[in-house]
Design a protein around this ligand. Structure first.
Ligand code: NAD
Length: 486
């Protein structure tokens, strides 16, 4: 006898539907996968695993819903999206609790920053629609109009490290632009996407405009990326997956937006505000280092290197590791057993190759499970794996440099180019060095300061394209130029 898979589960007191969301309906699959909480490695939900059949149904629903949604006056679309934002704000605590249980990220971060930002991902792009209207231009006596036409169905595939924030950062502008969406959440943290479906329904988003197909990358993600019915493909994740996706999408000539990994530097000059530089270094342990734009390669000017390293070490020792639901916790666990082994492998190989751990360097044996200790490595061999590959864990390296030229050379010595952080007390140096850093975002004497209107994306293997403000609308619309004769 086979039993039907469970449809709903209660996580941290919040009921979550474990099925897909297609055309305004919950849809079940015969196969399922386990959703394991990294906090204690227990199975917290059994999720319906989609494949080509569910993807076809979701894309068909999104295609059917497209003309009416695209045809709605912008003000009406914006009003519905503001209602979605209000629904997110209303359920922020539920979303925070569920996401914390699902991916082990800090509850206090969700309460203070992440969930407000999730609501803003809809509100900002709804508001932004007004600024897409600008007066017609003049081209040799002809009237010229630039318009932003909805493109069609947008496929949105996202990772687990900030699941709802990263998904809504694309879903918000895609819907605001008049597209319909099929989202494929990460299989390691699939729950909040399901809650978002409930919120969109309650906010009055028409059926089929937003769809969620749960499942693994290979089974649900792959058929979505190869589907001829999609007109935009936004992918956030790792470089190897991006390569596979680019190939799958190529025959359909689908515009791609890729936001991928990084190996970002934190460049600290001797003239910097010392305390600020130390704080910025220790801040990189946020989310257990599972942050794409984290500045894990610390480059410090040799004259202050010893004092700086000591100060970072002292502050890093004070990082409180523990259960992410506890408000006192600064750093929790890694997402999965496989990822834990991967991070540990990087550290072991680095140490075998001559790097020296001055902090951590292995699992937190007191906490067990997937808790990896905050780790700082020095003396890594130039060009070695630990200095060039993305670890995506709580592992910082410290290298020294002598003068500006070497700082820039080391900072840019990577195939990535997502972000770079520079700390200096000299405004002229700030101008000179920031201009030469190869990164989509450069922060000078700050970190993580972002406006949703600013372009965000990476150079090199950190991605293709930019999103944010008008850059999002450039991507999620078919930009049209119409020229009227006088
Ligand atoms: P991943 O590439 O393994 O998976 C990301 C998503 O792609 C998941 O939803 C997965 O199911 C899906 N996927 C996997 N194989 C697929 C396939 N063949 N076809 C279609 N979809 C497929 O990445 P991850 O481990 O989940 O996330 C970590 C990576 O994401 C890191 O490299 C990190 O730097 C990057 N990241 C980048 C940003 C950014 O904005 N630049 C933000 C967060 C994370």
């Amino acid at each position: 006898m086979t039993t039907a898979p469970i449809e709903c589960v209660t996580v941290e007191g919040v009921e979550v539907d474990t099925r897909h969301w297609i055309d305004g309906q919950r849809v079940a699959s015969e196969s399922t996968f386990d959703d394991i909480s990294p906090i204690d490695e227990t199975v917290i939900a059994t999720i319906h695993a989609g494949g080509a059949k569910e993807v076809d149904a979701a894309v068909a629903a999104a295609q059917a819903a497209f003309p009416a949604w695209a045809g709605l006056p912008r003000a009406e679309r914006a009003e519905i999206l503001r209602a979605v934002a209000a629904g997110i704000d209303e359920r922020a605590e539920d979303l925070a609790r569920v996401e914390t249980r699902d991916n082990g990220s800090l509850l206090r971060s969700h309460r203070r920053g992440v969930m407000p930002r999730v609501g803003n991902n809809f509100r900002f792009f709804a508001d932004y629609l007004d600024s897409l209207d600008h007066p017609d231009g003049d081209i040799r006596g002809h009237r010229e109009r630039v318009s932003y036409d909805p493109a069609g169905v947008a496929a949105i595939i996202t990772p687990w490290n900030a699941p709802l924030m990263l998904a809504t950062w694309r879903i918000g502008p895609a819907l605001a632009a008049g597209n319909t969406v099929v989202a494929k959440p990460p299989e390691w943290a699939p729950l909040t996407a399901s809650l978002l479906a409930d919120i969109t329904k309650k906010a009055g988003l028409p059926d089929g405009v937003f769809n969620v197909v749960q499942g693994t990358g290979a089974e649900a993600g792959a058929p979505l990326t190869a589907h001829p019915g999609i007109r935009r493909l936004s992918f956030t994740g790792s470089v190897p997956t991006a390569g596979v996706i680019a190939k799958a999408a190529a025959p359909n000539i689908v515009p791609l937006s890729f936001e991928l990994g990084g190996k970002s530097p934190l460049v600290v000059f001797a003239d910097s505000d010392f305390e600020l530089a130390v704080s910025l270094a220790v801040e990189q342990f946020d989310n257990s280092g599972q942050v794409c734009l984290g500045a894990f390669r610390i480059l410090v000017e040799d004259s202050i290197a010893e004092r700086f390293t000591e100060a970072v070490l002292e502050r890093a020792r004070a990082v409180v590791q523990g259960d992410p639901r506890d408000e006192a916790t600064d750093m929790s666990c890694l997402i999965s057993r496989a990822h834990f082994e991967k991070v540990d492998g990087f550290v072991r190989r680095a140490v075998a190759a001559g790097a020296r751990p001055i902090l951590g360097g292995g699992p937190n044996t007191e906490l067990g499970h997937l808790y990896y200790r905050p780790t700082i490595l020095v003396d890594a061999e130039p060009g070695s794996e630990i200095l060039t590959e993305e670890v995506f864990g709580p592992v910082l390296t410290i290298q020294t440099f002598a003068g500006e030229e070497q700082a820039i050379e080391l900072a840019n010595n990577t195939r990535f180019g997502l972000a770079a952080t520079l700390v200096t007390g000299d405004p002229e140096r700030a101008e000179r060095v920031s201009a030469r850093l190869n990164a989509g975002t450069v922060w000078v004497n700050c970190f993580f300061v972002r406006d949703l209107g600013a372009p965000f994306g990476g150079n090199g293997q950190s991605g293709i394209g930019r999103e944010g403000g008008i850059y999002s609308f450039d991507f999620y619309t078919d930009v049209k130029n119409t020229v009227f004769a006088p």
